[in-house]
Ligand binder design. Structure first.
Ligand SMILES: C[S@@+](CC[C@H](N)C(=O)[O-])C[C@H]1O[C@@H](n2cnc3c(N)ncnc32)[C@H](O)[C@@H]1O
Length: 276
């Protein structure tokens, strides 16, 4: 049975989650909190939502907060999601980055998957880079981050189920995965290219760790934020990009009302945002 939350405590909880993570839960989604947090409250013997919130704010410190992030985030992802983005990356976009970095004397290519969930997105990027042998002359750095620790732990195993790999083209499946009993294990050359870290897009301090990125993928996370939180996240991404660096957002997302600091560039009908 779900544990009911009063309107007043719902608002306090919603504001706390928003302030910490940028995730905005509208009034009509009270059931979302009840579904996601009710069981945790019972498991940990809290007296109710108010008691749990008090604990998150004043007592438990970081462990329970990390658990809260695991519970409230939606981590849906799979390899080659929105495959047109990876076609563009593999072709024209990497051509541009190679030529811009060569001209500027940069010997590395740095790409960041800024809400990587269980790792399918950064590992798709890694596979795409491996398909371009001329990149051997560059040091390739792929960073992957998320607010949820449990998805990062899962990503580090490099083991995936059939749902995750359903969009992977056959030739990639053969080259980069070992398949045993419906489990797909990523090859070490892909796994070793990706560095996982915990980064909350609302925390200035977290993001300052990354600078000079050529390309950022920040897809299917801005949809959970309101305009103010989107502005904050996107301005952090802006600072992390090198001059003229590129940003991918999800196809159902938009930077309208969020920023004018990027120039939209259209390649094969895909919109990519270039830092001005
Ligand atoms: C739906 S998944 C998207 C995964 C992948 N980018 C994709 O497009 O397939 C959204 C991810 O954003 C993460 N997330 C939510 N709020 C965040 C925040 N404030 N900072 C960093 N990551 C966040 C969630 O934990 C979740 O794993």
């Amino acid at each position: 049975m779900t544990l009911p939350i009063t309107d007043e405590v719902f608002k306090q909880f919603r504001d706390f989650i928003y302030e910490k993570s940028g995730i905005f839960i509208p009034d009509n989604k009270k059931y979302f909190l009840e579904n996601r947090l009710g069981r945790r409250i019972q498991e940990k013997n809290f007296k109710g939502y108010e008691d749990y919130l008090y604990n998150l704010k004043y007592d438990a410190g970081k462990n329970e907060l990390a658990k809260l992030y695991d519970l409230i985030t939606t981590n849906e992802t799979f390899f080659f999601r929105e495959p047109q983005h990876f076609d563009v990356l593999k072709g024209e976009l990497l051509n541009r980055v190679i030529s811009e970095n060569t001209k500027a004397g940069r010997r590395d290519i740095k790409i960041w998957s800024a809400a990587s969930s269980t790792g399918e997105e950064p590992c798709t990027i890694a596979m795409v880079l491996l398909e371009r042998p001329e990149l051997n002359m560059f040091r390739k750095e792929i960073y992957a981050s998320d607010i949820s620790e449990s998805v990062l732990e899962s990503a580090k195993t490099g083991i995936y189920g059939s749902y995750s790999i359903r969009n992977v083209p056959d030739e990639y499946l053969k080259r980069y995965f070992a398949n045993t009993n419906q489990q797909y294990t990523l090859s070490n050359n892909v796994k070793s290219m990706v560095k996982y870290m915990k980064i909350n897009l609302m925390e200035d301090r977290d993001i300052k760790a990354l600078r000079g990125l050529d390309v950022i993928f920040c897809r299917n996370v801005l949809i959970y934020f309101d305009d103010k939180a989107k502005q904050k996240a996107v301005s952090q991404l802006y600072d992390a990009l090198r001059p003229n660096g590129y940003l991918f957002i999800g196809t159902s997302e938009s930077l309208h009302n969020v920023t004018r600091a990027f120039r939209p560039v259209v390649i094969n009908k895909v919109i990519i945002y270039q830092k001005i």
